[in-house]
Design a protein around this ligand. Structure first.
Ligand code: AMP
Length: 209
């Protein structure tokens, strides 16, 4: 099995082969074709399984395939990745940047505990992909530095930890701001009743990986 045979574009397998990855991990083998088809996905995966590349690579490709921006004006924000902690947000944002290095997409990351203004400046320039922790994302919504009305792909990474950390109300606020019609990917290491409830309300006919 190779990254090419999963249907990934040349710019993406070039980036992964430069990272030294030769073969996709099991979750990548399952998740990448599913996400490329545009399906919702519920992934049971811990860190260390390669799940970040498993959602980031096909997410980048979907954004390329559906890019209708004419180059004029600010690029609309089309993909949002929510993570529970700033460490994970920074890590996912690094992956987005590295895997997308040969693509003309822009991304940034926002999390709390640091000054909001530099984040605002980056958002105002226009990005395709935003990686965020829920609280700081809502601060940006409140200050109108981010518009969630064009989101095509939403990823909830480590959803169980987000619920454990008490982010359910913030997540619900975010869900109310993104379009109803979108592709949603939810990753969780554990599947409590609360996660199942969240997934049931959010995912449409998801593939289980
Ligand atoms: P993750 O589970 O997404 O946190 O990834 C765990 C680690 O595996 C990260 O350091 C990745 O750089 C690495 N990794 C991801 N996919 C592959 C792959 N297909 N082959 C080798 N290493 C990988």
């Amino acid at each position: 099995m190779s990254f090419e045979s999963l249907g990934l574009m040349a710019e993406l397998h070039r980036a992964v082969s430069e990272k030294g990855y030769n073969t996709p991990t099991p979750i990548q083998t399952q998740a990448i074709p599913t996400v490329l088809q545009g399906r919702d996905l519920m992934g049971g995966a811990q860190t260390g399984t390669g799940k970040t590349a498993g959602f980031t690579l096909p997410l980048l490709q979907r954004l390329m395939e559906t890019d209708t921006h004419n180059g004029k004006g600010r690029r609309p924000l089309r993909a949002l990745v929510l993570t529970p902690t700033r460490e994970l947000a920074a890590q996912v944002a690094d992956s987005v940047r590295e895997y997308g290095r040969y693509l003309p997409l822009r991304s940034t990351v926002v999390f709390g505990g640091v000054s909001i203004n530099p984040q605002k400046m980056k958002l105002i320039k226009g990005v395709d992909i935003l990686v965020a922790t829920p609280g700081r994302l809502l601060d940006h919504v409140g200050q109108r530095s981010v518009d969630l009305s064009n989101i095509d792909i939403l990823v909830l990474d480590e959803a169980d930890r987000m619920l454990d950390m008490g982010f359910i109300h913030d997540i619900k606020k975010v869900l109310a701001l993104v379009p109803e019609k979108k592709q949603t990917l939810l990753f969780s290491a554990t599947f409590s009743d609360d996660i199942k409830k969240l997934a049931n309300g959010l995912l449409k006919n998801p593939a289980l990986v």
